[in-house]
Every structure is written in C-alpha cells, then in structure tokens.
Design a protein around this ligand. Structure first.
Ligand code: PMV
Length: 308
C-alpha cells in the first residue's frame, strides 16, 4: 500500500508555468494505491472518482491513459494485477489530486514488483503522466507529491532540470482549506491565462514582475516563521491571481469569510476558477471557527498545516 500526498501551492501558481518561482507544501490529504494479484490482465478501480477500467479497453479514458504511460515507463504492461485506488483528497480541487494519483500508483508498482525506483525516477514518471491530466504541467504538483515538505520550485524553460529546493520553515503554518466544490479543468484555465497574456503583454509583464518579487519575500517570511507577513503576501498574491482572471465569485467569497473571521491572509490555490483556497490562521481555535463558517455557507473546510 503506497500513498501520494496532496499539496497546497502557497505562492506562484500559474506564474510557475512561465518559469517564475513557486512555493508549495505537502498536506496530509492523500491518494492511496493497493495492488492485488489477478489471474489475467490489469484492472483498476478509482473509488475517489467512481471509475473502473480494464486496462486497454477504454481508449481515451484518463485513468487508462495514465496507467498506459506508467506501465510503459516501468515495463509492466504484460503483468496481471488488480489496482485499487482510494483516499481522502478532493479531486479537481486544486490540491494536486492527479499528481497524488500517479505518485501513489507508481510507488505501489515500485514496491509490489520490487523495481528499485528512487524518488527522482518516480517524480520523472509522475511528471510524464501528469501530461494526461493537463497539457502543460509545470511539474510543481508531482514534485511536492513525491518529495513532500516545503518546496521552492522554478521550472527550467529550456527543458533542462527544474530548480527544486526543500525549504525549512521555522514553524508549521496553520491553515484552513476552503473547497468551492466547483470542479474545473486545470489545462483549460492555464490555456485561458496564456490567451490573456498574449492579448495584454504589458499588463502581464508588470504582474509577473510583482509575482516574482512576492515569491522571494514569501520564502523569507516562511523560513523566518513570520505568519503575519506570510498572510499579507497571500492576500497580495490573491489579488494578482484575480488580475490574471483565475479567481471566481466563490473563491473571493471564501477569502472574504476567512478575513472577516480574523485570518492573517487568504488566497486561492492551484488553477483557480473553482477548486480550493486556503486561509492562514493564528491558532487552532480560529481554524475551527473559519472551517465552521465555510460549512455554514455550504462550502467544505479542511484543517491542516503546511511547511512541515
Ligand atoms: O490545479 P492544480 O492543483 O493542478 O494546480 C495547477 C497549478 C498551475 O500552476 C495552475 C499549473 C501548473 O502546472 O503549475
């Protein structure tokens, strides 16, 4: 039994696609993969999305395509087994559920068939497979899902090795994740941003410069354990994401609820246009309160901590 962990992009989503820095942290929401012996062929059931496939029979199915890449990379296409997937991560929520899925499957295959893959290789396979779910993944999701911890990430735009640094936060940051329960497709949102950027290059140039500076400030604030500053920067980052058109009425509403209840800062996380946001809290009591306020408005709330 192996796990892939979810992530929160704390700073820099969308900007990372263009080589700017991003900061993400693993969280304790996960996908779990288990392999059982089977007489013939490969079957997979994903309880998180209610999907069952017989490998190779449903061309175009996302799970089938993802498995095809992982099995191709690991040379296991001819094996017989049954794969069961479950977990507690909301899917299509901006918490990196697709990366969790591919990391969990690859890790489980690695263990079950004693492949001896190291984390570098698991991350590489996960990145290749992420292309099934979104066309131009930056690589940040699979990196955090594989290595966990707090990660500074810069995509290498020349196709070389990405910059991945494990950061050490002074203390964990208490957060509440708010889920709009509105599903969206990361690839589509990324494409829409590209379209806007091409139409308004000057505006985007300015926003990108601010996003870059903000990421460096946020890195320092996280490492120093300056929660107030992290909160302030999260609010600023949310504004930049609004400017590139990826927030939504519901995401803004969740941020507003959190701030009205004393959160240090709040921003959307992941692709936006639905999915999730997070709020930075002073203490456990405030986490509970904000979660409760989210639920009162029919959203979902998850209490977690990041940076550990
Ligand atoms: O929606 P998620 O959690 O898969 O996050 C996507 C993050 C983006 O920066 C929007 C895209 C990417 O590939 O980095």
């Amino acid at each position: 039994m192996q796990y892939g962990f979810g992530k929160l992009i704390l700073f820099g989503e969308h900007f990372v696609v263009y080589g700017l820095p991003g900061i993400a942290s693993a969280i304790d929401l996960y996908t779990r993969a288990r392999i059982f012996p089977a007489e013939r062929g490969i079957e997979a059931t994903d309880a998180l999305v209610g999907r069952h496939i017989i490998f190779g029979e449903k061309k175009g199915d996302l799970l089938d395509r993802a498995l095809g890449i992982i099995l191709g990379e690991t040379g296991l296409k001819e094996k017989n087994f049954r794969l069961e997937i479950d977990g507690n991560i909301p899917t299509f929520g901006g918490l990196g559920s697709s990366a969790c899925l591919v990391v969990a499957i690859t890790r489980e295959l690695n263990e079950y068939f004693s492949l001896g893959l190291n984390d570098e290789r698991i991350n590489e396979i996960a990145f290749k497979t992420e292309h099934v779910f979104h066309a131009t993944p930056s690589g940040i999701d699979n990196t955090v899902s594989t290595f966990r911890g707090l990660v500074w990430f810069e995509k290498n735009m020349q196709g070389g090795k990405n910059t991945v640094e494990l950061l050490k936060a002074k203390k964990p940051l208490l957060v509440v994740i708010g889920n709009t329960k509105i599903s969206r497709d990361t690839g589509t949102v990324v494409k829409e941003v590209r379209g806007r950027k091409e139409k308004e290059p000057k505006k985007f140039e300015k926003i990108f410069a601010e996003a870059k500076e903000l990421a460096f400030e946020a890195r320092k604030a996280l490492v120093d354990g300056n929660d107030e500053k992290v909160g302030e920067l999260a609010n600023k980052n949310h504004k930049l994401l609004q400017q590139i058109g990826v927030s939504s009425k519901e995401l803004d509403q969740l941020c507003e609820i959190a701030l009205q209840n004393g959160a240090l800062g709040a921003k959307l996380t992941g692709a936006g246009k639905g999915g999730c946001m997070f709020a930075i809290c002073r203490d456990k009591k405030q986490q509970e309160k904000i979660k409760h306020e989210f639920e009162k408005q029919d959203f979902e709330g998850y209490i977690t901590k990041v940076g550990v």
